[in-house]
Write a protein that binds this ligand. Structure first.
Ligand code: RUB
Length: 275
């Protein structure tokens, strides 16, 4: 069995990435804790610790709240099952959004957005192409580009600062989310700039995010990551210069066209009433 420190490190240091994978990694560990120790203090302490590892993403928090209200192995198993299968359940709706010939732009690496886009190609046989934004500073968009290329979907990798240049060429934006709050959609830093660009160019902006991403926490925290994720890509020494590295930002609902989850496709307006 891995230690709590090791699992926390895996999550913080991107051995797993994306809100659902983070939650699945945390839940697998918590399941082992519960098998040994049941749902007592050790389980509670481990839950609190894991929740803080990537504090913006709400999925693990929501899962822990559900386990607290119904502490059993079958609760944990059913949450793991939901998270493993939800991408497929959402993907069936890709037919409603993605047409033949659609040009899509996406950001970062989201398992849910990936399933949705790939389903349109592999199951609905839509001829599509995708622009993947590199997503600075860690470049998760490269993973997206590789995954799409493996699925034989024509993909172009661009730098984030080329979004304004390419937005006019696409038909829609499709991204994932870490949390859906009344303030807006929380996703990887830079998503809100892509949303503004899409809004200004009148391009639809869709978010694929299951209902465990609905965030009813009173307050939320934008995770601030280590400055060296930025400084290590700059060759010159940067002594005395302050570096900030927030990991996520908030896209206001007015820039969002719709949300797709396991229950279907919702307009942003319909969705906001749920929040
Ligand atoms: C990942 C990111 C993803 C969401 C959704 O950020 O912003 O779009 O987490 O992912 P990071 P998924 O790389 O910092 O984890 O759809 O896989 O839950």
């Amino acid at each position: 069995m891995k230690t709590l420190q090791r699992v926390t490190r895996d999550i913080k240091e991107f051995k797993v990435q994306g809100a659902n994978q983070i939650a699945l990694h945390g839940l697998s560990f918590l399941k082992e804790v519960a098998q040994k120790e049941r749902f007592g203090n050790k389980f509670k302490m481990a839950s609190r610790h894991l929740e803080k590892a990537r504090p913006t993403a709400v999925v693990l928090h929501n899962c822990i709240e559900i386990i607290k209200s119904e502490p059993s192995m079958s609760t944990i198993d059913s949450l793991i099952d939901v998270l493993r299968t939800v991408g497929k359940r959402e993907a069936i709706y890709s037919d409603k959004i993605i047409g033949n010939g659609s040009k899509i732009i996406t950001y970062c690496h989201s398992g849910e957005a990936m399933s949705f886009i790939k389903h349109a190609r592999t199951i609905h046989k839509k001829k599509i192409s995708v622009i993947a934004c590199r997503t600075e500073p860690l470049g998760q968009g490269v993973t997206t580009a590789k995954e799409l290329a493996e699925a034989k979907i024509p993909v172009t990798l661009i730098d984030d600062n080329a979004i304004g240049f390419f937005i006019k060429d696409v038909d829609m934006v499709i991204i994932g989310a870490d949390a859906l709050r009344k303030e807006g959609v929380i996703n990887k830093i830079g998503s809100s700039l892509l949303a503004q660009a899409a809004y200004n160019a009148s391009k639809p902006f869709y978010v694929v995010a299951n209902s465990l991403k609905i965030d009813k926490r009173k307050a939320f925290q934008i995770e601030e990551r280590p400055p060296d994720e930025i400084s290590k890509t700059i060759r010159k020494r940067l002594q005395g210069i302050k570096i900030r590295n927030p990991a996520f930002d908030v896209t206001p609902w007015r820039c969002v066209t719709g949300v797709i989850n396991e229950n279907g496709v919702f307009s942003a307006k319909q969705f906001v009433t749920l929040l």
